[in-house]
Write a protein that binds this ligand. Sequence first.
Ligand code: GLN
Length: 196
Amino acid sequence: MKIGVLALQGAVAEHVRMIEATGAESAIVKRTEQLESLDGIILPGGESTTIGKLMREYGFIEELRRFAESGKPVFGTCAGLILLANRIEGQDEAHLRLMDITVARNAFGRQRESFETDLHVKGIDETVRAVFIRAPLITQVGEGVEVLSIYRDQIVAARQGHLLAASFHPELTDDTRMHEYFAGMVRESKATTAAK
Ligand code: GLN
């Protein structure tokens, strides 16, 4: 099983380390041709406007949409969550528009630019250590979206079928369980595709 990390900008190496901790093979993805060999991909944190611009430049918008539409799992963390969203508050255009969610960027305000906390995440036993850095929030979810985690009445993680999104950075702690959860989704999708 091979899981890639989109490496146009942002926190790539940390995700690679986490993928390998789950026992899966990892790949640093810089070209669209690499997508074919992957079973799943992580869109990392960073700066969503910059990553979005580079994605357009290198043809990743169409190719990642195709990738996701073929049923392969995608996990967006922080800026990656923004890239997955159908709607971004205050912006006319979104990026991949794969998940039926609305996001607000930098939603915690200046005074709380970054912080760490323990979160309950549906499907994971015991709390998960989460690092928030100029994090976005999910302000609205469509019918097919399952809310996985809430922090102070706000949605910070959600899943829509084979798409997973988190406001925080699960790769910046020693807690591998969010990555294990995603690796489970990838394993499941691979098994379903193989059975077809
Ligand atoms: N604030 C960033 C953005 O809007 C996301 C921050 C992050 O990925 N740590 O793109």
